[in-house]
Design a protein around this ligand. Structure first.
Ligand code: ADP
Ligand code: ASP
Ligand code: MG
Length: 816
């Protein structure tokens, strides 16, 4: 004997009801079948809504009735042969009339009794089963419709429904089963034969009860998903079907919100060792999920569930240990008031206890507890209960995890790295679950990142939020676009640009695969008006895991926001030098925030574009080396100027060229004053461990003051033109001593300086092509021969690739 249960969506339309036929034909070959059906999708909700409107005296409930009526009648017209229609239409109309008059009663009394609520909500199943019975009748030889009110008998105690197993089994034993036996789910009867219901999702329970009564070979739950999945597929797009799991695991998962199976349905099947198969009506060929007794899978975590709308009750007091029967009184008072306890944690000191409940019970629970312990609160042994609302629970479920260390560590570090703070932790006594209570708004993010951490070993998502789409920004987008497919294939990294802004507009694309990088320019033109605050607000609101903020600007306003971004545990990668060269205390603050919020602030491209200068320095320091001296050519622009200036072309013309070719800062004075080099050596000094300020870097300008004092860039160029003799003189000097001119930055004994130097052909700075940079590190380990980093130190392409490398560093760190 098979018991098959078809849920709301499986019987929600004419087409889906039709798909029952081939499924049942196949199963019927093995003998009689019990077919339990739900109400058509959405009907139970509509009935409950109608009750609540009628209770308020609002006759709009009639609109709901009308739509329920139309849906059922239309279904009959399309599904049932014309000659059978009138009989069933008559029966449905009768049911609808009964429904109308019961709701009419509620309207006139402005109150629905518990009995009338149960009766009204049973109409969905009563109507759907009637229709399905009539449809199947014409396709199978012997079909009957069974009224569960007469079979499943319940005892009602303080509004709670308890199925009387033995009485019900006896009732079932009297049934004369035919080939197909259609039974409305969800409905049962009390001892006097009145209709009662079995709780939301209760058709699963009905089916499990019948499976138990008839010692079924198998209980099949037919729904609209491919099985019980590793997480709710509406929240986690990468959720996978769990092939097989134990009853206990299924119970644990459903208890914490895996809606596909109603928790009470497990027990009747489990005690009789009846396997449960969860299948998809819309893809019946798929194997689905099998829930069985002895199944032991090697994988530690089977699934992740979540529940919304949770509140925490915190009870605290030094006198708690001394209060007689404290826990007993607490849980008894909650249970007597039908407050369902979802989770309990107690600190080992026993001075606090924390209980998780559904938020709808929050007010009641607060009152009940304060009343129960009013004496103890008055005498100061206990503090009044503290309530924390708007929370949710995420639970990891798996039978094997009890023997395994490190799971909670992995869970907490994944949450912590993404800025999700944990309000309470509970490991169920079964040790089959670890549950954490977090803010409700973090639930989707948490469940996705835990899913990624425990199930998606293959692919990790990186979400980029980028401000700045100038030369470097454009190039970075180009490189990301080019690398996306490769990173996915070879490194299992799914890099998506979720947000993009320039100084005027911003666009966000969190739903699909991120911003399409072939058409971002057009899309950005149509974007919303940009402001850094609204950009950051939206980024917070989207609240994605593994987020990285990219500041590809030179803006001071944006740099000011870094602390608030790091506080959200969002890492930052930037070529913007403002933050790294602000006051030392601000710089230190960013470093502390990095540690505290487990986010990274990376600015490799602040020095020598994409060359690995800062990362090399950090590696040296981290591995215990000490920096004695750094000597470097840090300006691609200046190097370009000195390499090209040989007297044939005027110095000013070469400066113009450097600007046109994108080597120099937009304002070349920043380069020529040495200011930019000072900023870079300051950063290297700070990374070497010196608490240095910008003013501590000494330096001389080699450009006559009149040029630097010019009002604007054009004025500067025209002044520079007039000073050709000054540069000629420098060149002459260099030539006479067979030297080349270099602008050199030095850090030695904690002092930093920048200056013009003439270097001879045996000096490592002599052969420096184009806009190349070079850094020499003299350290404990590299004391005679310095460690040299040399290469292209300016230009959009190398800068962009340096930012890209920072993105990869952040994602690698998140993984460990
Ligand atoms: P039915 O009406 O067939 O009883 P339900 O709506 O009660 O179906 O349950 C099926 C739904 O449960 C799915 O559509 C899915 O959105 C949701 N669901 C939540 N968690 C899970 C999970 N872990 N695995 C599968 N489905 C889940
Ligand atoms: N129709 C009922 C509900 O929506 C029972 C069920 O579908 O399982 O809760
Ligand atoms: Mg259900």
């Amino acid at each position: 004997m098979y018991v098959l249960k078809f849920g709301g969506t499986s019987v929600g339309t004419v087409a889906s009801i039709r798909s029952l036929k081939p499924i049942l034909k196949k199963r019927a070959k093995d003998g009689p079948l019990i077919v339990v059906v739900s109400a058509m999708a959405g009907i139970t909700n509509q009935l409950l809504e109608a009750i609540s409107l009628a209770e308020k005296g609002n006759d709009e409930y009639q609109l709901i009735l009308k739509s329920i009526e139309e849906q059922h009648i239309q279904t009959i017209r399309e599904l049932i042969d014309e000659n059978g229609q009138s009989d069933i239409l008559e029966k449905i109309t009768k049911l609808l009339d009964e429904l109308k008059s019961t709701l009419g009663g509620v309207l006139s009394l402005r109150e629905a009794t518990t009995n009338s609520k149960k009766l009204i909500s049973s109409f969905g199943e009563r109507m759907s089963s009637l229709i399905i019975y009539n449809y199947l009748k014409s396709h199978f030889s012997a079909v009957s419709l069974i009224d569960p009110v007469k079979i499943i008998t319940c005892r009602i105690e303080q509004d709670q429904t308890y199925v009387q197993m033995e009485v019900s089994r006896k009732n079932a034993g009297k049934l004369k089963l035919t080939q197909l036996n259609v039974i409305p789910g969800f409905i049962a009867g009390d001892e006097s034969g009145k209709v009662v219901t079995l709780g939301r999702g209760g058709s699963d329970y009905s089916a499990a009860l019948f499976a138990n009564f008839f010692d079924a070979k198998m209980l099949e739950i037919w729904s609209d998903v491919d099985g019980l999945m590793t997480a709710d597929p509406r929240l986690v797009s990468n959720a996978k079907v769990i092939e097989e799991l134990s009853y206990e695991e299924a119970l644990e998962l459903s208890h914490f919100g895996a809606k596909v199976i109603y928790p009470p349905s497990i027990q009747p099947a489990m005690v009789k060792k009846i396997p449960i198969q969860i299948l998809n009506t819309f893809s019946p060929e798929k194997p689905g999920t099998r829930v069985t007794r002895g199944f032991r899978d090697q994988s530690l975590i089977r699934g992740i569930s979540s529940m919304q709308d949770i509140s925490l009750l915190n009870l605290k007091g030094s006198g708690m240990i001394g209060i007689p029967k404290f826990s007993y009184r607490l849980f008894q008072s909650l249970s007597e008031n039908h407050i369902n306890v979802i989770l309990i944690t107690q600190a080992s000191s026993e001075h606090t206890i924390c209980v998780g409940i559904e938020s709808r019970d929050q007010k009641k629970a607060e009152k009940v507890i304060n009343r129960t312990f009013s004496n103890e609160i008055e005498t100061g042994q206990l503090e009044p209960v503290k309530v924390d609302g708007d929370l949710g629970i995420v639970a990891l479920v798996g039978s094997s995890m009890k023997n395994q260390v490190g799971i909670s560590g992995q869970m907490f570090s994944a949450l912590g790295r993404n800025g999700i703070s944990i309000k309470a932790i509970a490991q169920g006594s079964s040790e089959r679950n670890i549950s954490v209570v977090i803010e409700k708004e973090d639930l989707t993010k948490a469940i996705n990142l835990l899913h990624e951490s425990f199930f998606e070993h293959e692919i990790r998502r990186i979400n980029l939020f980028m401000v700045g789409a100038g030369n470097v920004g454009k190039e970075l987008l180009k490189q990301v676009k080019k690398q996306q497919a490769y990173l996915l294939k070879e490194h299992h990294l799914d890099v998506r640009v979720i947000a993009l802004a320039n100084s005027k507009k911003m666009i966000f694309e969190e739903e699909t695969e991120g911003i399409n990088l072939s058409e971002w320019e057009d899309k950005l033109k149509e974007g919303a008006t940009y402001s850094i605050d609204s950009f950051i607000d939206k980024m917070d609101q989207i609240n994605l895991r593994n987020s990285i903020f990219l500041d590809v600007t030179a803006s001071g306003e944006i740099a000011e926001k870094y602390p608030s971004i790091l506080k959200k545990s969002i890492s930052i990668a930037t070529p913007n030098k403002v933050a790294a060269t602000a006051s030392h205390s601000e710089f230190l603050n960013l470093k502390q925030l990095e540690r505290k919020f487990k986010a990274q602030f990376l600015f490799e491209t602040n020095v020598c574009a994409g060359l690995p200068v800062i990362s090399t320095l950090r590696d040296l320091v981290k591995s215990g080396d000490r920096i004695h001296k750094i000597q470097a050519v840090l300006s691609g622009t200046l190097n370009f100027l000195f390499n090209n200036y040989d007297g044939t072309e005027k110095f000013v013309a070469i400066v113009r060229r450097a600007k046109e070719e994108g080597y120099s800062e937009p304002d070349p004075r920043l380069d020529l004053s040495g200011e930019d080099v000072k900023r870079k050596i300051l950063i290297l000094a700070r990374e070497s461990g010196y608490a240095m300020e910008m003013d501590d870097v000494s330096g001389e300008s080699f450009v006559p003051e009149t040029c630097m004092n010019a009002k604007n860039i054009e004025g500067f160029f025209s002044e520079l033109g007039k000073q050709e003799s000054h540069f000629k003189e420098l060149l002459q000097k260099a030539k006479e001593s067979t030297c080349k001119i270099r602008y050199v930055a030095t850090l030695e004994n904690g002092k930093a300086k920048t200056e013009l130097q003439f270097v001879k052909s045996n000096h490592p700075f002599y052969n420096l092509e184009g806009s190349d940079n070079i850094v020499l590190f003299y350290t404990d380990r590299y004391s005679n021969q310095p460690l040299v980093v040399k290469g292209a130190g300016a230009g959009a392409e190398v800068t962009a690739s340096g930012i890209f490398a920072d993105i990869m560093r952040i994602s690698a760190a998140n993984q460990s």
